[in-house]
Ligand binder design. Structure first.
Ligand SMILES: [Ca+2]
Length: 433
């Protein structure tokens, strides 16, 4: 068994090295084989190397001897391997298709763990215990006096290493007139500095902050951040529709100040390092959160990525989804309606994952699957924001376009987004109006 595992590891190691040096390859004879990148064979190599270690006589002997040092050292190495996360990268390049953490996450309950890098803390703890045991054994072989001196020197070393002070940051400037009891938006939203400052002063000045800062973000927050980054005046709509809004902007942030002063009825409250505006409540044009007309059934779907999970976009279940990896240009989904029908609306449903909407979406339709007619082009952030506020756990963003006859509806994602994937819980097509 050990020999077989080692042979497989060596074989895949050679394939990984070959692919890394000479690039993608493919053969059809004597059997079909191909590799588009080195990370898949490297992953198999790693798996069989680990199997070889577990099967080796030396490993068994070490376990049988059962020393505490070995236990903690093995734990440290295991946690270190797991701390790489499921898809480790080296200098931005994927080096393994799947790392041990990805296999671990398949175990019951494993997928609910998050932040795999924190497993490194377990490695550190195990290394500390290992060092303690090793030093105890080492000192046991010295005279009492030498052991005492070494202990004192080591204690000073530890104290010197850990002796540090953490410098506190200055308190961020606050609005000069506290907007106590008001609803406050500090722009730009979704940036750590303004978010932390807004949350801090919501405590000292007793206002309701729209900004937040936490490991958790509500489903609508990414849509708000997208509108804030785009300096889109639509960012104010859901809030002014519900009441008066107080907006804070840094004095030197000219773009954001222009955005706020462009709001109907916006008044300057006071200018300081933080400029404070008041925007009155008003009626805003409603954004549709339910599609119009009749639903047109989608017969089949195809996409440029993740074909296995594609049936999830037409299973009438908002909990199941198709995920197309991190957003990059020309990711495409095509819905086939089976026959020509009037189409004028799509529902891009996100379930409860509000952040994974396409940042730049182009919708096109076709009657023959060859010639495509533009239907809609833009950012669905506004539709997502309103859909998310209306139904945070069942998000269905409605996008309308001029009705036309079509047998195919094509969705193309054109932007590059470093963090968020494009995902689709359901794709609905409607006649619209
Ligand atoms: Ca679904």
């Amino acid at each position: 068994m050990l020999r077989i595992a080692l042979t497989v590891a060596l074989l895949y190691g050679a394939i990984a090295l070959f692919t890394f040096v000479w690039g993608p390859w493919r053969v059809d004879f004597p059997w079909r084989a191909s590799a588009s990148s080195a990370n898949k064979p490297a992953s198999v190599t790693m798996f069989f190397l680990l199997v070889s270690i577990v099967l080796s006589r030396r490993f068994h002997d070490t376990i049988r001897r059962g020393s505490a040092e070995t236990f903690y050292l093995l734990c440290a190495v295991t946690c270190w391997l797991l701390s790489w996360g499921p898809f480790p990268r080296l200098f931005g390049e994927a080096v393994l298709y799947q790392a041990p953490y990805a296999w671990f996450a398949r175990l019951p309950g494993g997928e609910s763990l998050r932040a795999p890098s924190r497993l490194w803390m377990m490695s550190v703890l195990c290394l500390i215990v290992f060092m303690g045991l090793a030093v105890t054994r080492l000192l046991g072989q010295r005279t009492k006096r030498a052991a005492g001196i070494l202990t004192i020197v080591a204690a000073f070393g530890l104290a010197a290493d850990g002796f540090t002070t953490i410098r506190a940051s200055a308190v961020p400037p606050s609005p000069l007139v506290p907007p106590s009891g008001r609803t406050v938006l500090f722009l730009p939203i979704g940036q750590p500095l303004t978010d932390i400052s807004a949350v801090y002063h919501s405590v000292t000045q007793h206002y309701r902050a729209i900004n937040g800062y936490s490991g958790y973000e509500p489903p609508y927050y990414e849509a708000l951040r997208t509108l804030s980054d785009a300096r889109d005046p639509q960012i104010f709509a859901p809030f002014v529709a519900r009441g008066e809004l107080h907006v804070l902007v840094r004095q030197d942030d000219v773009e954001m100040r222009t955005l706020v002063t462009g709001q109907p009825g916006a008044r300057l409250v006071l200018e300081g390092p933080i400029v404070h505006y008041r925007v009155p409540a008003r009626t805003v044009a409603p954004v549709r959160i339910e599609p119009g007309g009749a639903r047109v059934p989608v017969q089949t779907v195809e996409a440029t990525c993740s074909p296995k999970s594609l049936p999830s976009v037409i299973d009438n279940n908002l909990q199941t989804r198709w995920v197309c990896g991190v957003q990059s240009p020309d990711q495409t989904v095509i819905a086939d309606l089976g026959a020509s029908a009037t189409v004028g609306t799509i529902v891009h449903a996100l379930g409860s994952v509000g952040g994974e909407f396409p940042r730049h979406l182009v919708i096109e339709t076709s009657v023959d699957g060859a010639t495509w007619t533009p239907a809609w082009d833009g950012s669905p952030a506004v539709a997502v924001l309103h859909a998310t506020i209306a139904n945070p756990l069942d998000i269905r963003a409605v996008i309308d376009f001029p009705p036309r006859l079509a047998k195919y509806v094509r969705l193309r994602q054109l932007s590059r987004e470093g963090t968020y994937a494009w995902s689709l819980a359901e794709l609905e097509v409607w006649t619209g109006q």
